[in-house]
Design a protein around this ligand. Sequence first.
Ligand code: PAF
Length: 282
Amino acid sequence: MEIFRSKKPFTDYIERQKEMGKRIGFAPTMGALHQGHLSLYEIANKENDLVISSIFVNPTQFNNATDLEKYPRNTDRDINLLDKTGIVDAVYLPEVADLYPEGPKSKSFDFEGLENEMEGKFRPGHFDGVGTVVEELLLQVKPDNAYFGEKDFQQLAIIEKLVEQLKLPIKIHGVAIYREENGLAMSSRNERLSSAQRDAAKVLHETLLKVNDWFRIITIPEINTRVKDIFDDQRGMVLEYFEIADEQTLKETDFFYKDKNYRAFIVVNVGDVRLIDNLHLD
Ligand code: PAF
């Protein structure tokens, strides 16, 4: 596996691969890699000639300085993990100046309202930061295919919109959430949970499964009340939001229309760790 720690050697490498006609599959990360990330590379490996990873903790997408500071970082372990898969051809570890030549500052995007829902309300500026870094990474990596986890479903929708607006010749793929044995969605943030918290956090997925059972049987306001009641009873957990939203517009709904697809979204703070999950309702 090739390791690149700055832009010029990396983009030269990409140019050489492009000249050879290689199809490039790419999944960007912020490190603290887990099996969920590796599942992106497994899929990328099946659909491309070359698999590229990047690790960069993007400062502009953190609206909270403590969250940025506490974000788990272990680059040597990550490189080892990627190398051991035997399917990742190169990892790009850019410096801040490689992605932000004028210093880390977000551009301002209009994602046709997608950025104002859910995470957009609770994390102001977050999607401007994501859009800025993902645009720059896509321009440098020039992938044919790029892979993003459905755990951050709103991010995935926004990146699809970004690529459409910029008319980039890149196919964006959403990859199903990879779960721990107890159902907890895999996340780099899980590393910061104690084992008791990790066990208790299974209630997020359990709740989403219950919501799927209740879906179209009781009303959405009733579902919302039941979810709130579940979390009122959980010690050490605070429900930040729960919403059932249209998968296309990400707008919260109070009523089910027959021909639309819906998804339940949940964010819970377990101690000081913010956990996010979602489930397609069928
Ligand atoms: O999902 C992530 O890890 C990040 O938001 C991403 C897409 C790598 C951009 O920094």
